[in-house]
Design a protein around this ligand. Structure first.
Ligand code: PMP
Length: 361
């Protein structure tokens, strides 16, 4: 039987090696006789797991010393509120780039706390691109500039880090976190849910520059205050221990792959193969995103003849290529090819797409 390849947008594929490690250690972590799931988060074993995960992430991304790494819960959706609560710092307006579904949700939530100014939007192009930076109307008094580095549904990924001037740059990196090297010092805050490129659902990672802590809006709940979590080493309350542990194993797996530069090269290769298959299909498959903004992580495409959609998904399933149906808001198809998707999976998908288009012309 051919192997199963899971193209889900998240929760998503994890490295097989990591799952095997988890399996091996599930009942007895390093001779303790306990599963990580059963450990006190304040015991020395879990403290070690969490500290190592943090240290490995810091090394992988080159996170400078003046940034805190927080292991939180609530998903990126909670950050849509937590970021303004923490980063408004007495200001009344926030700059946003609207690149699609998830930026729009972030904007909607932020409106509860401040006025929002959309400095650039992909809307006119149908989210095929973002207007050039020199046309953006940034507000120098804005509390921060927020953008979504990769739109998981629309498949629009920024090929560059925006320039925010003196205003802190905030990024929802949920779906391309750890997919390429980035210069963390360009950012005030980076956040993302773990369930795409990091580990199991339940863990949210926030990377925050120290000087932005400690100025929450009045009435901010304790659990929503970054300072509380930073001071408590993400142990103010019970962290999602098992998810932190698995994420830690994924960080070590990434190190073994050669780090973010090496994983980026693989991601470029995988994405290029898939987009080439779409672009050389003589219009059988169509990608709605302009080339420079095409995501390396989530590849959306339509069949020119939409009446074939169901047959496509079914035939793919029969070849063990799973979860290819696009998001309900978009329709069509979407293949998510995160770090843990092996090249063989993308090759199998491309071969299937070519066969399917030949059979249905
Ligand atoms: N932002 C992006 C870019 C996402 O892809 C998602 C989840 N698909 C979210 C935010 C919301 O994340 P969560 O479900 O973790 O709240």
């Amino acid at each position: 039987m051919s192997p199963v390849f899971n193209f889900s947008a998240g929760p998503a594929v994890l490295p097989k090696e990591v799952l095997l490690e988890v399996q091996n250690e599930l009942l007895d972590w390093h001779g303790t006789g306990m599963s990580v799931m059963e450990m006190s988060h304040r015991g020395k074993e879990f403290m070690q797991i969490a500290a190592e995960a943090e240290e490995d992430l810091r090394n992988l991304m080159g996170i400078p010393k003046n940034y805190h790494i927080l292991f939180l819960q609530g998903g990126a959706s909670t950050q849509f509120a937590m970021v303004p609560m923490n980063l408004l710092r007495g200001r009344s307006s926030i700059d946003f780039i609207n690149s699609g579904h998830w930026s729009k949700l972030a904007i909607k939530e932020a409106r509860k706390y401040a006025s929002t100014n959309v400095v650039a939007s992909g809307e006119e192009s149908g989210y095929a691109n973002i207007p050039p930076e020199d046309t953006w109307k940034r507000d120098p008094e804005a509390a921060y500039l927020h953008y979504t580095s990769n739109e998981t549904i629309g498949g629009l990924e920024f090929p560059y880090v925006p320039n925010s001037g003196d205003v802190p740059l905030v990024c929802d990196m949920s779906s391309n976190f750890l997919s390429r090297p980035i210069d963390v010092s360009r950012f005030g805050c980076i956040y993302g849910g773990a369930q795409k490129n990091i580990g199991p659902a339940g863990l949210t990672i926030v990377i925050i520059r120290d000087d932005l802590l400690g100025q929450t809006v009045p009435g901010t709940p304790t659990m929503f205050d970054y300072r509380i979590h930073a001071d408590g080493d993400s142990m103010y309350n019970t962290p999602p221990t098992f998810a932190v542990y698995v994420a830690g194993l994924v960080f070590k797996w990434l190190q073994r792959q050669g780090g973010l530069k090496a994983i980026e090269q693989r991601n470029i290769e995988k994405a290029a193969l898939l987009y080439e298959t779409i672009d050389t299909s003589s219009g059988f498959y169509i990608c709605p995103v302009d080339r420079p903004f095409r995501s390396r992580m989530n590849v959306p495409f339509r069949l020119a003849d939409e009446s074939l959609d169901e047959a496509f998904v079914k035939a793919a399933q029969a070849r063990n290529l799973l979860q290819l149906k696009g998001h309900r808001a978009m329709g069509g198809m979407r293949a998510s090819i995160y770090n843990a998707m092996p090249l063989e999976g993308v090759k199998a998908l491309c071969a299937f797409m070519q066969d399917f288009s030949k059979d249905h012309r």
